[in-house]
Ligand binder design. Structure first.
Ligand code: DGL
Length: 274
């Protein structure tokens, strides 16, 4: 795979744009191709078998588009599909998982909240991670963020409905002494202003976007794939934006978040249906 091929990034929908932003800021010259599987969002309420098969189908599709490496910018897809993806092809595949370790290091009270999808929270991968960091002086309160991804996919990050869902999820955590909140879904960084409005500075918020970008850079270097993005005078990398649903939601969010967002294409990715 040539080093100037794009890096593939995907999520169930718009959430992976929070990771794409971090990648763009660390590797501004890298060509990127982003796929939002919004036709099947939210992933968080789907079965383990669906998530595994769909993750592989999208990975295959991005590889067929010429991607040299893949960022699974979705905690839910990583939890259920990354092992299958890695088993079937040799290319750098970087996943995301809730920032349990950095949260454990940051917390002073030893009570840490985790907001993630139901599918992430029930996965073996996540349960193992949690067990590794739980001890006598530290506990985690896990809360599925039902309804939040649907709002964000509809472009809503601060309506009364969003504020009320967040209040319902966060108030019991604060009552129990949570001082650190893991944003365990890549959609949730878009809710940081709403969370701050509700909780002020009472919570340290843990988002792993920048760490994922650094991990990607390390993997590209280890695989000899960094040529284009390491050239100081290279032009800004091209950005191809694709969605499996109507283009408008991704276009609106991309225009809001990214300088010079390109036109969004609607694509069909076969392989598995709901
Ligand atoms: N953004 C995704 C995650 O990080 C998935 C959210 C969803 O589709 O439910 O888990």
């Amino acid at each position: 795979m040539p080093a100037n091929s794009p890096i593939g990034i995907f999520d169930s929908g718009l959430g992976g744009l929070s990771v794409l932003q971090a990648v763009r800021s660390l590797l501004p010259h890298a060509p990127l191709i982003y796929c939002a599987d919004s036709r099947y969002a939210p992933y968080g309420e789907r079965t383990d078998a669906f998530l595994s098969a769909r993750t592989v189908a999208i990975g295959d599709w991005l590889r067929a588009q010429g991607a040299k490496a893949l960022v699974v910018a979705c905690n839910t897809a990583t939890a259920h599909g990354i092992a299958a993806l890695r088993a079937q092809a040799e290319w750098p595949v970087i996943g995301v998982e809730p920032g349990i370790k950095p949260a454990a290091q940051a917390s002073r009270s030893g009570v840490i909240g985790v907001l993630a999808t139901a599918a992430t929270l029930r996965s073996q991968k996540f349960q193992r991670l949690l067990a590794e960091h739980t001890n006598e002086g530290r506990r985690f309160l896990c809360q599925p963020g039902h309804g939040l991804v649907e709002c964000i996919e509809a472009g809503d990050i601060d309506s009364p409905e969003v504020m009320s869902l967040l209040q319902t999820y966060l108030a019991p955590m604060l009552d129990q002494g949570v001082d650190t909140l893991v944003l365990g879904c890549t959609h949730y960084p878009f809710l940081i202003p709403a969370i701050r409005k509700l909780t002020g500075d009472r919570l340290t918020l843990v988002d792993t976007g920048a760490a994922i970008a650094r991990q990607l850079a390390r993997q590209l270097a280890a695989n000899g794939l960094t040529a284009a993005e390491s050239t100081p005078l290279a032009a800004p990398g091209t950005l191809t934006l694709c969605t499996t649903a109507g283009a408008s939601a991704l276009q609106t969010m991309a225009d809001r978040l990214l300088a010079q967002a390109s036109e969004v294409h609607t694509v069909t990715i076969e392989g598995v249906s709901a």
